[in-house]
Design a protein around this ligand. Structure first.
Ligand code: CTP
Length: 385
């Protein structure tokens, strides 16, 4: 039997990018031989094994044939006679269809190396269209490798359009869609993924609320700006990115879209908050000056955001707002000014406390009313020069 390193690891190594995961293909072996050598079978639909020591995935070389619509409608043929070239041919992109042998030789029957050099995401064969998840994968790779100068080959984009027209994108299940979208959101250029989906028509099928929105271009620009937002441990903040993308949509549309795609609640809630607060302050299309200087509206903003109990989420929303404001070409000074005022407003109102005597003398609704009154006073003082 021969063992080859395949797929993403070969691609990333040639690109000089860190290799995250290594997948192997085994040619000329049977499942019994691998199990005899201590590999553990894990594949349900096709023969995949875990290496006894490294736990890396080893798959028997296989052929796939589509027999029914949808991403599960495959029959898989594997036998010791399936060649490496046949296995590579059923793969999505030429840059993902290369292998490296144990002695270090590159096996590249479909021009993957040339396409890496030409910065092209190109499908290997018409079999690309047998798996609609690949539409999402191409969008994700376009985002991931955008900064390296990659683009989708025109003929691949055309094939993706044909697939969408044939209804292939309708067959995608929500889990797969969200998984790929979240991976795309975590890249350095997430907006490229949504542009590619729009160019091939899949955005209109998968996220029609966004695809038909007149503010799509601004939404993509806001998504681009939001990549500056990271979590406390330096990871891409995908809820903030998702919220920046969707904030201009009506709340009902965000709700519908997130339910349909089974989007995690953290992403959904931040997007809804951004939409509601954005509507309250008039989005970013004009200066939010009146909000910052109008104590009542400023207080309402903090109340809607539950800013005192959820300070982290509020801070995250402010970042989302900044991304959207920048995307709407609001002057930098105005963005900074609004952010500073809102942060000061949170601090001033959070410091408001009622005395023990006041708390004792008053009942529930009166306590809330007095607290609100005091917070308003704190905000009125704040805005005086
Ligand atoms: N593959 C494919 N079609 C799919 C999924 C995967 O052809 N729908 C093939 C590609 O050859 C791919 C390999 O299986 O390189 C491994 O897939 P996966 O681990 O999902 O992706 P990688 O290309 O390794 O990329 P990543 O770095 O994101 O893991």
């Amino acid at each position: 039997m021969q063992v080859y390193l395949v797929g993403g690891a070969v691609r990333d190594e040639l690109l000089g990018c860190p290799v995250r995961e290594r997948d192997w293909v085994v040619v000329g072996a049977t499942p019994a031989e691998l199990e005899g050598a201590g590999y553990r079978a894990v594949g349900r639909e096709f023969p995949v094994f875990l290496h006894p020591q490294t736990q890396e995935e080893y798959a028997l070389a296989r052929l796939e044939r589509k027999v029914a619509p949808g991403y599960r409608g495959f029959v898989t043929e594997f036998s010791p006679t399936v060649t490496l070239e046949e296995d590579l041919r059923r793969r999505d992109l030429t840059i993902n269809a290369m292998a490296r042998s144990a002695d270090g030789q590159l096996v590249d029957p479909y021009g993957g190396r040339a396409d890496l050099a030409a910065r092209l995401l190109r499908h290997v064969s018409p079999a690309f269209s047998e798996d609609p998840v690949r539409i999402l994968r191409v969008a994700r790779f376009a985002a991931r490798f955008a900064d390296l100068g990659f683009s989708v080959a025109p003929e691949t984009l055309e094939l993706m359009r044909t697939m969408v027209r044939a209804g292939e994108a309708d067959a995608l299940v929500s889990e797969r869609v969200w998984r790929e979208l979240e991976l795309a959101l975590a890249t350095d250029r997430p907006e490229r993924a949504f542009e590619v989906l729009d160019e091939c028509g899949a955005l209109a099928v998968l996220l029609p609320e966004l695809a038909t929105h007149p503010g799509l271009a601004t939404a993509l620009a806001a998504l681009h700006r939001s990549t500056a937002v990271v979590t406390t441990d330096g990871q891409p903040d995908t809820p903030a990115r998702w919220a920046a993308l969707l904030a201009a949509l009506p709340a009902a549309a965000i709700e519908a879209l997130c339910v349909r795609l089974r989007v995690p609640s953290e992403h959904r809630d931040l997007a809804l908050l951004a939409a509601r607060l954005g509507a309250h302050i008039g989005h970013a299309s004009h200066l939010p000056e009146p909000v910052a200087t109008d104590a009542e509206r400023l207080l309402a903003l903090l109340e809607m955001a539950d800013a005192w109990r959820r300070p982290e989420r509020f801070g995250c929303w402010l970042e989302v707002w900044r991304a959207r404001a920048a995307a709407e070409s609001l002057p930098h000074a105005a963005i900074e000014d609004f952010t500073t005022r809102v942060a000061a407003a949170v601090r001033a109102t959070a410091a408001v406390r009622l005395t023990a005597a006041q708390l004792q003398a008053l009942h529930g609704p009166d306590i809330a009313a007095l607290l609100r009154q005091r917070r308003l006073e704190a905000l009125r003082i704040l805005r005086q020069p």
